[in-house]
Structures are given as structure tokens and as C-alpha cells.
Design a protein around this ligand. Structure first.
Ligand SMILES: [Zn+2]
Length: 664
């Protein structure tokens, strides 16, 4: 039995009929089975093995016993958008065209997010190339649901991802966009924190030490801090919205604070709620009014959390998420799938990564508050898995779980006593990472029970995890070694390669942008390129040798484990010239990613963001488990789409070079 599908739009019906006719002969028998592919971002084979040995992961252990468990090789670099793009297309980065979470325009050096970009028409277009495996399944009439796979916003087959072909919108696969889906401000998540009390930006963030002026506003990475001045316990406060016609849209709410009872009453349009200190509100609708030239309303959803009522008001508001029942941007295919999910389960996070790591980094959440918010988001995801499994009658269900990756990023220093950021006060959270693994085991147990015996399962992760103890600033190193020339009056700690006049480009041979990318200042490609194409090879060899020889002055450890030279293929303008594969313990600093220099080339990482995976691919393989026996050979993310197609007897397209993971 197939899952119900909405009728295609009249103008796409012909296309779908044609695809159906063309693929008729390729089908290898009716797909009567069900295959669940559970994607757990950041699950690490070493940690999983240890917890399985300790008997804490019985459902993973049972799955490994029934079929198999092996490490899964990942992409270089092992960043989620890059790795999941390989999972989706079966291609390497040079073929799917996603090399780092940030790319740059070589002419202007302007950085931009790599997976989605606005075209000249103003419409967002997915940048990933290659054919997603679900389109091939669809050509063979195999019903497929893709639940929040990263690097798929706008969802492929949606109207916006076909911006150049506005009348081609097949919309046959049911899919929901995940990581990469913005909030209503167009960012990857911007919280708001309303506070009467003092607020100072933590030292590990850009602008560290800056204090909020009473009644003023302060921007921090991923958040806005708004100073509140109550009059007789009352204030009217803004909720920021998207830019429309070059103006920022806002709405407002009123707050009445009752310090004696430690409660706050919030009134937003017709909605009224009372929160106790420490309480989260349900999702509420944020209505920005009518869309321009339209009768439709521009709406998002958000939740308040009353952090404190005494001695001063501290109120957190989640990023305003795209309303799943009235989405302002495409977040599902077909478009009505999101509304249907909203009707079935109510409002829920739609932003790509719901865990508010930025609020924790900004000191707006402590660890306890971060883990509680993570638990709220994970509970939603778990209800969604139940719902999807409940309607999973045939075909393939891919389901993505975000939370393990996020908790490992933020809690690593709490469980690793030798991390430079470890502090005794984190003791209550030392087990948070292990607890998340146990929660994944519980989730798997429920999924296996709901699936029943006549279905198959793959569990995989995009990469593993390691400590992020020391930060490396690539541009500061390039400046120190004479590859990047700063203007004489600019010091390392002030320099930014994107600032006018900071870099003497005519004397610069290389620069870094993104977390793992190094680019040559190539003549004919970069605006002020100096490196002649014939000198490219020898300069890359010299840089690779010097980077691999780099030792940490603190303890002599090797900083960079591997340097990759991607084959630029057709992407000579876009592809990095080198991909830097850090050793476990090391990562590019956040400043490096945006082109900012720092006075120290290497320094301790004292941010809560204390675990990571943007290292050499060989340092952080992911996991692969299945109830069916695995071939005893190494497996790669590229092999998974080939295996999903093989499950239904569908030959992969020639561009997919992977193999089936299963024993014949
Ligand atoms: Zn991650």
C-alpha cells in the first residue's frame, strides 16, 4: 500500500506521467518493503562502542547483533552541509558543489552561505548539484518521505528551488527542509533577550566585554539583547521581523510584571499568557500583519521563557520560526505537507537547527537551561518520528535527529576533564552527552518496535566527534609566514581580510574563509590575484608541507593531520584550493571562518562550543548500523544512496560511484 499523495498540479501532471512512462521498464518488481533510514547527526563510533560495551545502548547492541555496525567514512571536510550533500547525491564535494558552510565570490571575496543563495530575481535557489536519491526513487514510484535532511533548503523540487523554471514543480516526494532553513529574520536563528538587569558580552564572543546600556539594544552572534525599563511594572517591547521593501518589520507585545508572585503577563494581539518564573510558554503566533500587496498574513511562531522576575526581569524569546501552518517560505514538498504536519501535531520548530546554542554562548542560557530547551525540541522531534512511523505504509522514510550533535558541541568540556574550558562547576552536566546517547537508544528502540519485523533499517551519522581544545587562526598563520600581507598600520588583532585597506593584496598569495578552506590569490580569478596559474602547484605543495609540519608550541602536538587538494572540476572559481584537515583537538577559530585575524595563531578554546568535527575526515568517521548484514569492507556516506536504491533493485545513475553496503 502506498502513502496517500496529493494530486499533482495540472501543469505538472504531464511531466509526472512522462517520467512514469519513461521509468516503467526500469522497475524491478513492486516495492512491498519498508526501509527506515535514521540519520543521527554527529554520532561517534568510539563513543557508541564504549556505551554499548557498558550495556547502556541495548537497542543499538541488538541492531548490531542482527546485522552489523561499522564506522562510516565521511566527506572532506566533515561539515554537516558537505557530508549530508554526499549522502543525498552519492557525490563528492567537487561534484555536488558544497565545499564548506561558507563560500566566497572570488571577484569581491564576499562570503555567502553555501547551500542556498538568492538569484538575481530575488528568489532563493538551492546550490547543491547532483540528483537526490529520492528523485530516482520517485521515478520508480517508490513512495518516499525525507524528514529534515540538512542542506535541502529550499527543499529540492519546491517552486523556489526551481527558480529558473517557475512552472516546473514536480512536488511528488514528501519532504521537509532541515538544517539550513532560516527563521523569519532570514538567519539561522536569532533569539531575543529582554532584560532589566546588566548584561555584558562574554569574553569568548566577538565584542566581548561590551555592556548593555539601560534601555538600549545590543547584537550578539545569533541574538539580540534588549534593555527593558518598566514603568509601574509595565512595558511595551518589540519583536523583530523580516526585512520587507528594505524596511525591518516589527510587532510589539505588552508585559506586566508581578514581582511579588514572580509572574509576568504577556499580551500579544488577542493572545494573553501568564508565566511563572522559570516557565516556558507554549508556541504563540507572531503576526506581522498583511504581506505587501496581498491579503495573506505574514506570521511566525515563537516561545517565551521567563528566566527571572526578581530582582530583575529576564525574558527569553526563541527565534521567530517560520509558521508551519502558514509558511512564509517553502519548507516542504508538497507545500501542504507542512500544514498537514502542523494540523496533526501543532506548532513546532521549523528553523534548521532548533537547539539554541547561541543563547548558551551568549550567557543567556546556562547549561541547565540549554539542556531543557534541547529536551523541548527533542520531544517535538520524537513526536514527529512517531507520527511519521504511524503513517509509514511503504517505501523509504528518512528521518533526521539533530540533538546529539548540538549537545556534543556544547557539553564536551563538561565531560572531558582535560579540556581547557573544563570547570568543576560543570560536574552536574558531566553525563549530558552519555545521556543523549541513551536517549538515542530509547528512540531507536521505539522506532524498531513501531516498525515491526517486516521492515529494514539503516542508522547512520554524517561524522563523529572530538574535543575542540585549541583554535587555529589560518589567516594569522598565513600573515606570520608571509603568505598574506597586512597594511603597515594594521595589527593582527584588528585585521579583517574583508575590510578595505587591511590587506595588501598585491603581495598576498593565500587567504582563508570558512572553517576548512584555503584559497590562493589566483591571477585571473581573484580580483587582485597575484599567483600565476603556472605557480599554483608548487605553492600548494609548499603550503601543504608547511601546514602539515605545524606543531603546537604548547605541547608539540601536530595541528593539521591532512591537507586535501579538491579536484576543482567545473568549479575552479568556487572550490577551495586546499581543504585543511585538522587533527583531533584542533579546529579553525570562529574568527577564521569570517576572515578575521587574531593576535595568537593558536589559543585555548574557552567557548562552550567545545566539541567539534570540522577536522580531517579520517579523524571523525560516522557510524553505520543495519539489521541486514554489512559487507566486510569500508563504507562511505556516498554508498548509502546507492544502497537505498539497491534495496529496491534500482541501478544507481553512473554519477554515483558508491557500492551497496549489504551482503548479497
Ligand atoms: Zn555539528
Amino acid at each position: 500500500m502506498y502513502s496517500p499523495r496529493p494530486l499533482p498540479m495540472p501543469n505538472t501532471a504531464l511531466v509526472i506521467v512522462l517520467i512514469g512512462l519513461l521509468s516503467w521498464g526500469c522497475r524491478s518488481g513492486p516495492p512491498s518493503d519498508r526501509l527506515l533510514v535514521l540519520g543521527i547527526d554527529g554520532m561517534d563510533p568510539q563513543i557508541l562502542r564504549t556505551l554499548m560495551t557498558e550495556g547502556r545502548m541495548p537497542h543499538f547492541e541488538a541492531l548490531a547483533q542482527r546485522g552489523g555496525f561499522a564506522p562510516l567514512q565521511t566527506s572532506a571536510p566533515p561539515q554537516s552541509p558537505v557530508a549530508w550533500s554526499s549522502f543525498i547525491t552519492g557525490l563528492d564535494p567537487q561534484d555536488h558543489g558544497i565545499f564548506d558552510f561558507v563560500h566566497r565570490d572570488p571577484a569581491s571575496l564576499t562570503p555567502f552561505l553555501s547551500t542556498a543563495r538568492r538569484g538575481e530575481s530575488g528568489q532563493l535557489a538551492l546550490q547543491r548539484r547532483g540528483q537526490p536519491f529520492w528523485e530516482i526513487l520517485d521515478e520508480h514510484d517508490i513512495p518516499t518521505t525525507i524528514f529534515k535532511v540538512p542542506a535541502n533548503f529550499p527543499p529540492s523540487q519546491s517552486a523556489e528551488s526551481f527558480a529558473d523554471l517557475p512552472f516546473f514543480c514536480p512536488c511528488a516526494v514528501r519532504s521537509f527542509s532541515g538544517m539550513g532553513t532560516p527563521d523569519m529574520l532570514g538567519t539561522y536563528g536569532t533569539f531575543t533577550y529582554y532584560t532589566e538587569g546588566p548584561y555584558t558580552v562574554p569574553a569568548h564572543l566577538e565584542g566581548g566585554g561590551t555592556s548593555l546600556v539601560a534601555g538600549g539594544e545590543l547584537a550578539v552572534p545569533g541574538g539580540k539583547i534588549i534593555g527593558v525599563q518598566l514603568e509601574n511594572g509595565w512595558a511595551q517591547l518589540p519583536i523583530h521581523g523580516p526585512m520587507l521593501d528594505e524596511e525591518s518589520v516589527q510587532t510589539h507585545f505588552a508585559i506586566y510584571l508581578d514581582r511579588q508572585h514572580r509572574t509576568a503577563e504577556i499580551v500579544l494581539g488577542q493572545q494573553r499568557l501568564v508565566l511563572q518564573s522559570g516557565e516556558w510558554s507554549p508556541w504563540i503566533t507572531i503576526d506581522y500583519g498583511r504581506k505587501p500587496y496581498s491579503l495573506e498574513r505574514l506570521q511566525g511562531i515563537a516561545r517565551f521563557y521567563l528566566r527571572a522576575a526578581v530582582p530583575s526581569l529576564q525574558l527569553y524569546l526563541t527565534p521567530v520560526n517560520i509558521h508551519p501552518g502558514n509558511p512564509a517560505m517553502p519548507i516542504s514538498t508538497p507545500p501542504e505537507a507542512s500544514e498537514e504536519l502542523h494540523q496533526a501535531l501543532g506548532p513546532h520548530y521549523t528553523q534548521g537547527m532548533p537547539d539554541d546554542t547561541k543563547a548558551l554562548e551568549a550567557g543567556v542560557f546556562d547549561y541547565g537551561e540549554f539542556l531543557r530547551q534541547d529536551a523541548l525540541a527533542f520531544a517535538e522531534r520524537r513526536r514527529q518520528l512517531r507520527y511519521e512511523l504511524g503513517r509509514f505504509a511503504a517505501g523509504v522514510l528518512f528521518f533526521y535527529v539533530h540533538s546529539l550533535d548540538q549537545v556534543c558541541h556544547m557539553l564536551w568540556r563538561a565531560w572531558a576533564p582535560d579540556h581547557p574550558g573544563h570547570r568543576a562547576e560543570f560536574a552536574p552536566y558531566q553525563q549530558a552527552i552519555a545521556d543523549q546517547y541513551v536517549a538515542m537508544d530509547d528512540l531507536l528502540g521505539e522506532a524498531v518496535a513501531m516498525l515491526g519485523p517486516d521492515a529494514d533499517i539503516i542508522v547512520l551519522s554524517d561524522h563523529g566527534f572530538a574535543a575542540y581544545e585549541r583554535s587555529f587562526n589560518l589567516n594569522s598563520w598565513l600573515a606570520r609566514e608571509g603568505y598574506l600581507a597586512l597594511a603597515p598600520q594594521v595589527s593582527l588583532d584588528q585585521a579583517h581580510i574583508l575590510n578595505e585597506g587591511h590587506v595588501r593584496w598585491e603581495q598576498t598569495r593565500a587567504y582563508g574563509l570558512g572553517l576548512n578552506a584555503l584559497y590562493l590569490n589566483l591571477k585571473g580569478r581573484e580580483q587582485h590575484g597575484t599567483v600565476r596559474p603556472e605557480a599554483r602547484e608548487s605553492l600548494l605543495s609548499e603550503l601543504s608541507q608547511n601546514l602539515l609540519g605545524l606543531r603546537d608550541p604548547a605541547d608539540g602536538r601536530q595541528v593539521i593531520k591532512k591537507v586535501y587538494r579538491p579536484d576543482p572540476g567545473a568549479d575552479l572559481d568556487l572550490a577551495p584550493d586546499l581543504i585543511i584537515g585538522y587533527a583531533r583537538g584542533y579546529r579553525a577559530s570562529g574568527a577564521t571562518a569570517i576572515g578575521q585575524l587574531e593576535s595568537a595563531v593558536l589559543q585555548d578554546n574557552l567557548s562552550p562550543w567545545s566539541g567539534d568535527h570540522c577536522m580531517a575526515a579520517e579523524e571523525v568517521p560516522g557510524v553505520l548500523l543495519s539489521n541486514k548484514a554489512l559487507k566486510p569492507i569500508p563504507h562511505h556516506l556516498r554508498d548509502i544512496p546507492v544502497s537505498i536504491l539497491a534495496y529496491y533493485g534500482v541501478a544507481p545513475p553512473t554519477a554515483m560511484s558508491g557500492h551497496s553496503i549489504w551482503e548479497e
